[in-house]
Design a protein around this ligand. Structure first.
Ligand SMILES: Nc1ncnc2c1ncn2[C@@H]1O[C@H](COP(=O)(O)OP(=O)(O)O)[C@@H](O)[C@H]1O
Ligand code: SF4
Ligand SMILES: [Mg+2]
Length: 322
């Protein structure tokens, strides 16, 4: 059975922005799924929807099954139990997620205490162990967030995500704010920790090369939809959707600082989700659009073994020219 099964998920914000538009994805226990796409394509909205962390102005439909139980239908008490212990999230800006006036050790102990997994002394000891597991000295438990570097704070966030031994970690651009060397270290650390513990990982990044290196499967999001999904290395090396190809071309190598800009050879920006173009939402930017693209909406279809793409050309594009 899948650990995570997202079915026809839609999220619309109060201003009419259709940020997620019918996403279906599955993640098996212990597997790693990468999600790529430019800024504004709905990745964070999707991540937050998984644990119902969206603002109250957002409307959600569809289902998010975690271990077979629908998160969208959970009562608050059950949802609180599932957050941290069933699934946890690492966000981009650790400084905003940590409380400035509490020592990091106390913040790490808090979810352990809240979930009744240990008493105060054991929770504090566990917090120190967790710090060591993420490569920080146990004594840093006494530090306040501002006494740590950006990379150290992000390590604390990873420790926090691991604190209640969840089955799933969602990492939303966990290293984007950090410099390139530190990014690589932290991604390797996260990868090792989830692999050792058999935790499933949904890793979000705009950098397709990083995801291809870390994940088993890769999903590419554009304008609130998954437009391509398949084996990670195959999506990176031989994307079947023109947008997937543009992203692959933009991120040829892992951690290349020069490729943190918009995809090369792809002018323009993703559409405003409150004013989506008709037909295929990518058509105004697509180098291989044809007449029907401005009229017909495309849904995911087979584009190779275990590989799907939402493009009129999905089964026609030559496979070798990534
Ligand atoms: N609270 C909000 N209210 C209205 N629109 C929002 C809100 N949060 C995000 N959006 C819009 O939803 C779209 C998707 O945003 P987001 O999920 O953050 O994308 P990504 O993580 O891929 O950059 C963007 O157009 C963004 O402006
Ligand atoms: S359906 Fe048409 S516009 Fe959309 S990605 Fe394919 S070719 Fe381009
Ligand atoms: Mg985001």
């Amino acid at each position: 059975m899948s650990l995570l099964e997202i079915r026809d998920l839609h999220v619309t914000y109060g201003n009419g922005a259709a940020a997620v538009r019918g996403v279906d994805l599955t993640l098996a226990p212990g597997r790693k799924l990468g999600m790529a796409g430019e800024s504004g394509c709905g990745k964070s909205t999707l991540a937050m929807a998984l644990l119902r962390l969206l603002p109250s102005s957002a409307t959600m439909t569809g289902s998010v099954l975690l271990d077979g139980e629908d998160v969208l239908g959970m009562r608050w008490g059950r949802l609180r139990a599932v957050r941290w212990a069933g699934a946890s999230i690492v966000f981009q800006g650790a400084m905003h997620s940590l409380n400035a006036v509490h020592r990091v050790g106390d913040q790490l102990a808090e979810p352990i205490l809240l979930h009744g997994l240990a008493g105060p002394d054991d929770a504090r000891a566990r917090a120190r162990e967790l710090l060591e597991q993420v490569g920080l000295p146990a004594a840093r438990a006494d530090a306040y967030p501002h006494e740590l570097s950006g990379g150290q704070r992000q390590r604390v966030m990873i420790a926090m995500a691991l604190a209640c031994a969840p089955e799933l970690i969602v990492a939303d651009e966990p290293t984007t704010a950090l410099d390139v060397m530190i990014q690589a270290q932290i991604l390797r650390l996260l990868d090792r920790l989830v692999t050792d513990r058999g935790i499933s990982l949904l890793m979000i990044s705009h950098d397709l090369a990083v995801l291809a290196d870390t994940c088993d499967r890769l999903a590419v999001m554009y304008a609130g939809r998954v437009v391509e999904e398949g084996p990670a290395r195959q999506v990176h090396a031989a994307a079947r959707h023109p947008y997937g190809r543009a992203l692959s071309a933009a991120f040829p190598r892992v951690g290349d600082p020069a490729s943190r800009r918009a995809p090369r050879g792809l002018p323009g920006d993703p559409p405003d989700p409150s004013a989506l173009p008709p037909g295929c939402a990518f058509h105004p930017r697509c180098p291989v659009a044809i007449g029907v693209c401005a009229v017909d909406d495309q849904r995911l279809r087979e584009a190779g073994p275990e590989h799907r793409a939402a493009c009129v050309h999905a089964d026609l594009l030559p496979r070798s020219t990534a």
